[in-house]
Design a protein around this ligand. Sequence first.
Ligand code: MV4
Length: 493
Amino acid sequence: MTYFDKVLIANRGEIAIRVMRACKELNIESVAVYSSVDKDALHVKYADEAFLIGEAPPSKSYLNMERIVETAKKSGAEAVHPGYGFLAENYRFAKLCQEEGITFVGPSWQTIQAMGSKIECKQMMRKAGVPVLPGTPGGIEDTAEALLVAEEIGYPIIVKASAGGGGIGMQIVHDGKALGEAIDAGRRIADSAFGDSRVFIEKYLMKPRHIEFQLLADEHGNRVHLFDRECSIQRRHQKLVEESPCPIMSPQLRSRMAESALAVARASNYTNAGTVEFLYSEGNYYFMEVNTRLQVEHTVTELTTGIDIVRQQLAIAAGEELPFGQEDISLRGHAIECRINAEDPLNNFAADPGKILRYRSPGGPGIRLDSGIHSGYSIPTNYDSMISKLCAWGMVRLEAIERMRRAIYEYVIIGVKTTLPLHYAIMQNQQFIEGNTHTHFLQESHIANSLQRYVMEDEARMQTLAASLRQGKKTAAVSAAVSLYLQQGQKPQ
Ligand code: MV4
C-alpha cells in the first residue's frame, strides 16, 4: 500500500480528530494546525506535530491558504485533508495545493469549481439524465424572460443564487408582481456574499425531504454509493439530526436515486468522497447539489455500512483502487446522529460558548461519540458552535432511537447550554418516531413549546449525574461552581 507518511489536517475540533484517527490506524503521522485560541484544543494534543498558524479569526488562521500550504511543506506532509467547512470546498485552495506539489484529499479543483456553480451544475446534470426541478434553463438574463418561465411552471417558485449555499439569497415568490424585486434582491445579496450575482429560478417544493447519497470514487474509474441519508431535520439551514437509511426509502426508489447519484459522479468526473443531495416530494426526487467534501454526517453511513470513509479518502488520494465493488457493500441496521451544539435552546439557540466544568461521555452498545471537547475545555467564540456528534446504531430504527435517548441521558455537559434537551424532545416526538419528517418539521412540531420542560428535566438529570462525578479534594471548587451554575443558570467566570 502506498499511503502517505504524513498528512496535514487543515481543520479543528471533532473533524480534525476524526481524520487523525484514520491516520493513526494507517500509521500516517498527523500534523495539526491551530490558531492562538486553540493551543489547548484536543486536535493539537492528538496530532504528532502541531503548528500555530495565526490569530483566532478564521481569515487569519484556518482560512489562510498560503500559510497552511507553507506549513505542509515545512512539516514534510505530502497531503492535506481539509475536513469540512473552512477550505474544504474552496477550489482555489485545492488548486494551490496541486501547484505546490501537495495532494489535496478530495476531488480535483476543476470538479470542486464546476460543482460550486449551481447553474452549470444543474445544466450538466439535466444533460446527464438526472431529474432536476423545472426552472430557467440557465441564469436569468432579464425579468421578462423569468416571468414567462415562472408562469409556465406555476407559482410558488424559488429564486436561488448560482454560487449560493446555506439558503443565502434564496427567496420564495408567490406571484408575478413580486418576482422582479426578488430577482433584484437575490442578485444584490449573491453579489455581496459570493462576488457572483447570477441567480436562477425553479419550482418551489413546499415541504420536501432532504435525501442524500454518499459516494466514493477512485482515480481508476470505479464508483460506488454507500446508500442514503435522511437529513430533513434542520434549523436555519443547519442540520440537527441525520440518519441512515432514509426511513421512507423503498428498494425501487433507492435503486433509481442511487443510479442518478452515480450518473452525477460520472458526469462531473468525480473522485474521492462526495455527497449528492436531492429534494424528495410526493414520490419524486430532484437533484439539488453536490457536496464535494467529507460531511458532518458521514458517521451514520460508516455505522450502517462498516466502511471507514476517511480511510477510503486517504487511499483514493494516494492513488489506490477502491478495495470493494458495489456488490460487496451492504446496509445493516439503522443509525442516527444528533449534532450537539453549545447553544441555548431557550434563547433562540444563541451560541453559548464558555468553559466545560463537567463532562462525561456516553458509551455502551451501539453508541459512537465524535467529540472535540473535554472537562476544563473553553469553547472559543470564534468558530462553529457544534461541539460533538452523538450517534446511535440499532438493528432497527426504533432500537437506534431508544439507544439515542439512553445516550442523551448518560451525556453530561455542564458549563455551557447545549442542544441535548432539544434532541431528547425530538427522540420522544411521535411524528419523528414514525419517520414522518420534512424540512419544516421543527417549525411545525410543537417541540419548541415544550422545550422549557425538557431543559428543566435535563438540568435536574445533570445535577444527579454530576454528583456521581465529584471526587477528590481538587474538585471542590469546581463542584461549588457547578452547583451555582445549575441553580442560577449563571456562568462562573
Ligand atoms: C429548495 C426548497 C424547495 N424547493 N428548492 C435550502 C438550502 C439550499 N441547499 C436549498 N434549499 C431549499 N431549496 C426548491 N426548489 C427548499 C429548500 C430548503 C431546504 C432544503 C434542504 C434542507 C433544508 C431546507 C430548509 C429550507 C428550505
